[in-house]
Design a protein around this ligand. Structure first.
Ligand code: ADP
Ligand code: MG
Length: 485
């Protein structure tokens, strides 16, 4: 047993979620990602003297929405504070954030683990607070100078702070993936980690398995890739154990993760650090939220992934695998709900979406809203199979591609024009059955001597010759009649 097996990792997260509001947290500048450098700015973003912040309604509403989704208590009288520090991308010299009275308190997020089946881990939320983002320093564009882009300065953020409930890098990955899904369902953020719309600080410590107190933690800042977060946690886990086992002590530090080497290095020690001198923001009044206001947000909550998963399994009888695929993306889940209002063979509908529609969207790199075939025609297409008018293999292989080309044609007429309608016409079938029997005298003898399994072979032959158009039930009955007479 390796020494590492005697320890467990303990991780707590501070997740930053950039909100998809139109304007910034405290002024009307655009909050959109990108744009030419320093174009989404005004006197307020620049922190010029004499300017005053004004609260963004949407930021508050989004915070409440997330809080409700995470079972938090909404703090109906919450405050902003100033967190003072100097950095070139923070022109005001302070960040407006919430320290003592954040907007949401407590809560939990129950995570389904991908690998273990039905393994649910509960992660407690400590609180959620509102704040603003800083600008961006750019160090690699000029040989001599660093550059500052203040487009991002003042963009509204929510920070979700968890309890130290994570025990592995995999759990962190799952949590972040499902948090991204949640914020997208809630419509409060695009959840794009690559663009920094979601990033997290990972607080990591280790302790002997079975221990009841926590070890000293280090904080790895600003992870916006789950692959790197996993690496950072795994690296820290070993580094801290090695340190402890060789008689050293883990120091509370802020660390930087170097993606190139997969290692962490200290940015600063906490001891000498941080007196941010938080104090109540004098330019913004307390945020007071009435019961009615919260109730209205509750009533307007969109359906959430966990809810839809349950519905798909309980009411539609779909399995977990299909359910997960159908709810991964909100637009797909809602589309599927509309689809099964029109067409009630749920499993067939699920198969069509999973095996045909999603791969098509992927291949063409388009959104579901651009998928050419509407729900009415998709239903009519599946009904052709259900009614035995077109065999399912022919329908999928030949009719569906045609329908994609001519999405507004009537599926039945399209199938007719392509000569794909199955036939249970006795004359047509008898012909094929007789021919098949004549051509395979040995197999007929074997069948008659008791090898009844050969019926499959005969079915296959008739199907082949009919080019898939022989209606299976009638064919089967006819074959048996001829073989057994
Ligand atoms: P600070 O305000 O100094 O960043 P907090 O006590 O608010 O510190 O904790 C911030 C984060 O650190 C939380 O996500 C929390 O879960 C996590 N955390 C606290 N103690 C530990 C620990 N011993 N090991 C791992 N994570 C921890
Ligand atoms: Mg912190």
């Amino acid at each position: 047993m390796s020494i590492y097996d005697q320890y467990e990792a303990v991780v707590g997260l501070e997740v930053h979620i950039q909100l998809s509001t139109k304007s910034k947290a405290f002024c009307g500048d655009a909050a959109a990602f990108g744009g030419d450098q320093n174009t989404h700015i005004s006197a307020i973003s620049l922190g010029l003297p004499g300017t005053l912040p004004r609260l963004n309604k949407s930021q508050v509403e989004y915070a409440v929405r997330l809080g409700l989704a995470l079972n938090s208590k909404i703090n109906q009288r919450n405050f902003f504070d100033r967190k003072n520090y100097f950095y070139t991308d923070l022109p005001k010299g302070y960040q407006i954030t919430q320290d003592n009275e954040p907007i949401c308190l407590g809560g939990n997020f129950d995570i389904e683990m991908k690998n273990g089946s039905r393994n649910i881990r509960i992660h407690r939320i400590h609180h959620i607070h509102m704040e603003e983002d800083a600008g961006k320093s750019i160090h690699d564009q000029h040989p001599k100078y660093s550059q500052i882009d203040l487009n991002r300065a003042g963009v509204p953020l929510l920070e979700v702070v968890t309890e130290p409930d994570f025990r592995s890098a995999e759990e962190v990955d799952n949590f972040m993936t499902q948090m991204r899904q949640l914020v997208r369902y809630l419509g409060i953020s695009d959840g794009n980690m690559e663009q920094g719309s979601m990033r997290c600080d990972c607080n990591i410590s280790v302790r002997k398995k079975g221990a009841t107190t926590y070890g000293q933690r280090c904080e790895v800042k600003n992870m916006n890739s789950m692959r790197f977060a996993r690496k950072a946690i795994e690296f820290e886990f070993k580094r801290q154990i090695d340190l402890i086992e060789s008689g050293g002590k883990v120091l509370q530090q802020t660390l930087n993760f170097d993606a190139a080497t997969g290692t962490t290095s200290p940015l600063r020690d906490k001891e000498d650090a941080h007196d941010y001198r938080y104090f109540p923001e004098p330019d913004l009044p307390p945020v007071v939220l009435a019961d009615d206001y919260i109730d209205a947000i509750k009533t307007a909550m969109p359906p959430l992934p966990a809810q839809l998963k349950k519905q798909f399994q309980k009411e539609l009888g779909l399995n977990e695998y299909d359910t997960n695929l159908l709810t991964e993306d909100k637009s797909v889940a809602l589309f599927f709900l509309d689809f099964v209002k029109e067409y009630s063979n749920y499993k067939s509908a699920a198969n069509l979406v999973i095996n045909k529609i999603l791969p098509f969207l992927n291949e063409k790199n388009i959104a579901l809203s651009q998928f050419p075939i509407g729900i009415k025609n998709l239903s009519a297409f599946l009904k052709l199979i259900d009614d035995g008018q077109v065999s399912s293999s022919i329908a999928y292989q030949r009719l569906f591609p045609e329908l994609l080309e001519k999405p507004n044609s009537v599926p039945l007429e399209l199938a007719q024009s392509l000569n794909l309608i199955q036939s249970s016409d006795i004359g047509f079938l008898e012909d094929l059955v007789q021919k098949t029997i004549e051509n395979n005298p040995d197999k007929v003898k074997a069948y008659q001597n008791g090898k009844k399994g050969l019926i499959g072979f005969f079915m296959g032959e008739v199907m082949k010759q009919s080019k898939g158009k022989a209606e299976p039930k009638a064919t089967n009955a006819l074959l048996r009649k001829y073989l057994e007479s």
